[in-house]
Design a protein around this ligand. Structure first.
Ligand code: HEM
Length: 320
């Protein structure tokens, strides 16, 4: 609730930009657009400032660093490129921390960064390095995943165009029925493409898992991507069907049958934030614009996130 206005402002800015593209008919990259929206949103939440062009240019490097994970590229040259990107990202983080220390809050008032700095005044163990780490973690975790999800959502709507109508027909603009249906689109997208598709866990003690002995110290990988496509849990699993998450839809009763935000003590800190920002922007974009893909990525890249394996060029038009 505290960040609702900032989310709404970023969503309006995205919709205004889309109106411009729809007027000119310019080709744009949908993935880049979604990254811009999600980065603007998290930047406003963290600092209180709307994202400016210079900061965006620097933070675009996050995508390059994330693409290089989990195996950082071999070779000195590639390593040096990532190190250079990280240094530039750090420079943005340290400048934002310094501005928050000087109480140069943005037009929306202080952000999460101020909460971290206030905590640091009481807790000496909150070092400058720790605050930088928290800030960069929130920046990275807080936008790539949401942007990728929104990009997959439009690719899935391109496959199942009826789903857009289904959501819009659920209720008039601003109604709880429409909001729930739009959220169902997001939930069903996260079922097919949970952007954090694989989650590491470390067994502290010996255990038994589904009849298998797990030694203490074993590293385990939990794979929501596979669980979400298990036909024993999800009938006709490959089909994009948001009605599964609508009223009367059938979903597995077991909590572990659907875990795009993980489970347990380390579950996603930004679950509600991510859902809220996705629904807020889609409530503006879905009724107002149609999206025509000029090319579709053939598949997915499975690295630290699961993302489309190519560019997503589109042309927008005002919906009639
Ligand atoms: C659709 C968007 C998102 C998805 C799919 C997603 C998914 C996840 C997943 C699967 C985890 C690991 C959970 C586990 O290991 O059990 C995680 C962790 C985390 N996420 Fe998200 N996330 C999203 C958006 C966000 C946003 C917007 C923020 C910040 C505002 C955020 C902040 C974090 C943080 C800080 C962690 C680490 C939590 C910890 O280790 O205690 N995420 N996320």
């Amino acid at each position: 609730r505290r960040y609702e206005q900032r989310i709404a402002a970023a969503a309006r800015r995205a919709a205004d930009r889309w109106a411009g593209y729809a007027r000119t008919g310019d080709q744009i990259d949908l993935g880049a657009e979604m990254r811009h929206f999600a980065l603007d949103t998290i930047w406003r939440a963290l600092t209180g400032h709307p994202l400016d062009q210079a900061t965006e240019r620097e933070l675009d490097r996050i995508a390059t660093v994330v693409a290089a994970l989990p195996q950082l590229p071999d070779g000195e040259q590639a390593g040096a490129a990532v190190a250079e990107d990280l240094a530039r990202i750090d420079a943005v983080a340290h400048a934002a921390i310094a501005a928050a220390r000087r109480h140069e809050d943005g037009p929306d008032g202080p952000g999460v960064l101020r909460v971290l700095l206030d905590a640091a005044e009481l807790h000496p163990e909150y070092t400058e390095r720790l605050i930088r780490d928290e800030l960069v973690t929130l920046l990275v975790a807080g936008h790539e995943t949401t942007a990728t999800t929104l990009t997959w959502l439009y690719l899935l709507l391109d496959r199942e165009p009826g789903a857009r109508r289904w959501a819009l027909d659920a209720g008039p603009e601003g109604s709880p029925e429409r909001r729930e249906a739009v959220q169902a689109l997001v939930s069903e997208t996260l079922r097919l493409y949970p952007s954090a598709w694989i989650l590491p866990r470390h067994a502290l003690t010996e255990d038994t898992l589904a009849g298998h002995r797990v030694e203490a110290g074993t590293d385990l990988l939990v794979c929501p991507y596979l669980t979400h496509r298990d036909p024993a849990l999800w009938p006709d699993p490959e089909r994009f069907d948001p009605a599964r998450f609508g009223p009367g839809g059938s979903r597995p009763a077991h909590l572990g049958g659907y875990l795009p935000f993980g489970l347990g003590a380390r579950a996603c800190l930004g679950t509600q934030f991510a859902l809220r920002e996705s629904v807020a922007v889609l409530e503006l974009l879905l009724p107002a614009f149609t999206v025509r893909f000029l090319d579709r990525p053939a598949g997915a890249v499975y690295s630290i996130t699961v993302r489309p394996d190519g560019p997503t060029p589109v042309v927008l038009a005002a919906a009639v």
